[in-house]
Design a protein around this ligand. Sequence first.
Ligand code: KG4
Ligand code: ZN
Length: 330
Amino acid sequence: MKILGIDTSCDDTSVAVVENGNRVLSSLLSSQVDVHRIFSGVVPEIAARKHLEAIIALVDEALRESQTALSDIDAIAVTNRPGLVGSLLVGVGAAKGLSVAADKPVIAVDHIAAHIYSVHLTNEIPFPYIGLIVSGGHTLIVRVNAHNDYTVIGTTLDDAVGEAYDKIAKHLGLGYPGGPIIDKLAASGDANAIKYPRAMLSGDDRYNFSFSGLKTAVVYQTPQCIRKGENASMENIAAAFQESAVSVLYDKTLRYSRDSGISNVTVSGGVACNSYLRKKFSESRDFKAYIPERKYTTDNAAMVGGLGFHVKEKNDDRNISCFSRVISRR
Ligand code: KG4
Ligand code: ZN
């Protein structure tokens, strides 16, 4: 079964053709990063307009590259939530238009569910497993019971981890998007040069995340560190921030792994691109970590087309949770 996947949830226009859930026949992306860079963040109105310019050509190219005619597609899977409304609208509108033109069904896919699924594009993972999702808008610990069957264990109470990377980089004048820049700087920094807080939280919030305190600490503590003569180079700030953020992600995942007895963990979403995170999780002796290839960690449509296959097979999209609205459900 061949699924055409479309994702326009934020600032990347992505289209893919995926066969039987994990055979990626084509996966294309048109990045808008250069347009948004001058604003140090995504401008929703511009993002929607750019999607509109790119989407049809990208669909044509993805079909051509996969050597598939639109008539040979079995369904069109499209991200319909969560994301920037104007951006989502372009993808959903394109999917509906193609659906009418080619008489193919549309499958609505949750973007976070697709990020969770991205690990299955290149791995066999036994259920149940723990899904850690680390993106620009979400930080979640999810118990994945089966494809399309999730229990949200923990979420962020304020900033998402990717948001913390981006906002800190913006504040320090490092550029946009912050994640890859901090990742690179941190590689030559000393994580022990500065001590930033780690919000582990307890009680009902023991699996929840909070990164706003860390963000504030980096912003306000840094001038003090410099005054006190601590070695607050950008490299050291980046490494110390990253050490704090990734340790919290790791320790909370471990906490739930121990409490639940589940020892298979997946890490997905844009921050799963991070070199330090990948090293720390993949070298874990506490659990077995599965992390997608870098090209499938950030937004892509292969994960949408892949999950679309399982949704269609089950003929059931009722269970797709809107993770963005779920605060805590366990
Ligand atoms: O999953 P994604 O592409 O979009 C959302 O669904 O939000 O994630 C984007 C986030 C951004 O915050 C970006 O800074 C972060 O992923 N990111 C990284 C790295 N590459 C992208 N964060 C840390 N290290 C990286 N190498
Ligand atoms: Zn995403």
